[in-house]
Design a binder for this molecule. Sequence first.
Ligand code: DGT
Ligand code: CA
Ligand code: CA
Ligand code: ZN
Length: 571
Amino acid sequence: MSNLYKYIGTPERFRALSYKKASNVLDDLPNDVTEYIQNNTLEDLPGIGESIADKIREYINSGTITKYEQLKKEIPHELLEMMEIKGFGPQSIKKIHTVLNITSKNELMKALQSGTIATIKGFGKKRTEAMLENLNLYQQTEKRMLLRDALAIGESILKKLQKIPEIKNIELAGSLRRRKETIGDIDILISANNRDRKKIIHDFTNSDMVKKILAKGNTKASITLKQNDKQVDVRIINDLEWGSALLYFTGSKEHNIHLRTVAKEKHMKLSEYGLFNQISYVRIAGETEASIYQALGLQSIPPEMREDKGEIKLASEQKIPTLISLKDIKGDLQMHSNWSDGTQTIEEIARFIKNHFNYKYIAITDHSQSSRIANGLTEQQILKQIIEIKAINEKLDEAFIKTGIEVDILANGNLDISDEIMAQLDWVTASIHSGFKRDNTDRIIKACQNPYVSCIGHPTGRLIGERNPYKLDIKSIIETAVSTHTALEINAQPQRMDLKDDYVFLAREKAVKLVISTDSHSIQQLDFMTLGVDLAKRAWCKPSDILNTMTWEEIEKWLKTKKRHLMHEMA
Ligand code: DGT
Ligand code: CA
Ligand code: CA
Ligand code: ZN
């Protein structure tokens, strides 16, 4: 309804907003909406007035909303979903619809590609090229899920299936177990007795999350989810095959293929059913993954490393490192408070973290002044914030909160606040929030050369499914980070995941210090730390590669080295 009104535009602008708000409220309801109807408390909910409450009741009672059906007849509703894409606002879509009578996404895409839309007045070549690029980006994540979304869905499916008593073992497999940044489909492996398989498949394919059954057999089933139309593959095997099947369905395909050649060299045969003697077919291993790696003369390899990037050789030399884990993290060094664009006060954030995390320190890094939409801080406000943080620390009876800033790197590579102010802060992250179209290598290098910059935030600026990274010579950035003692961030916001795994891999090889941060804008986002740790594991990071596994005293020492080093060079 909100999108329909948004399409109509100005006269219905307020309706569009109220429906959007109501839909958010419904999304977050702790109980089923029918309970509110029965208790007559629907209208007590924020954002739900009489008119919207009537529509909700109508929908629950009849499965449809008359007004909605009526609006759908007048509006090319198939195109509405595209309003989410940059460059496809309601005005543009309306114009394309009226001029070319286009009503479906496919027609629209063809008209974009063929250049027909570029002929409409006000569109032109440049604009339609940008539209096409954004559309392609959008379709990438339409096909794949962000890791965070897939994890949430995967874990809730596991919870549901675990209630089926016949299931012995159950685990997520595929790219989700390897914690890739995006996930194509969700793979789930189950072990059970042969006689119980049929019932398990039946229970799974008949559960209320299922939209469509794509395939259904005695040992496997594939369905699509009501929630997002994405695919879930389930396979059932017996306990004896658990390790070999988990290894196979975890992948990656490339890792599996390489393992099979290792087996062959040792006159063994590896399949999802087990590891066998190639001649006698006697079973050698298969119940656990570890037993298979061991029989192949390899150390066990964590799922995050299984991408055939040299991990098998490392395992053969018994050199698989102890990877970073969540418990190694001692603090979070990027987060925003309500001084800029965050939700909570500094004190609320600090108290929440002290109650829920084992951190030894946090840095408050609000935006700097040139980020106007983010309500960036002036130098005066920064000085005030330092005083406030000191006062809160006194209340908390320790120096838990470090003062900081996410300072904008300006167009010429200068920073948005003066060295005198930065010198008074404990932690400075410098980030690019403008000029995404050009090569930004020079700006970042210049920022690294500032003695007060501790870290470069979200270094490539990408937003998965929405914005490509800006042009960047990652090798020179890594070299500069090393030579200037500047850390690079692993930003754990689900859509950022920036630096990405391949770049973290390169940076780690060159001994760049990395910082895993949540960039939280509300306390709910502080949990993103796990996503950042997963990403670091995919790049083979040990605790010592990650700066925020150190104590604050060690970090301070490290920061001082940079200052001494660069000041010395300048003198
Ligand atoms: P995704 O779903 O695109 O994010 O990536 P994956 O890795 O989850 O791929 P998927 O769902 O097609 O298959 C799950 C696992 O099954 C995969 O990681 C390895 C294994 N697998 C699938 N197809 C093959 C194959 O042709 N050969 C081998 N060796 N393994 C395969
Ligand atoms: Ca998959
Ligand atoms: Ca699959
Ligand atoms: Zn930022």
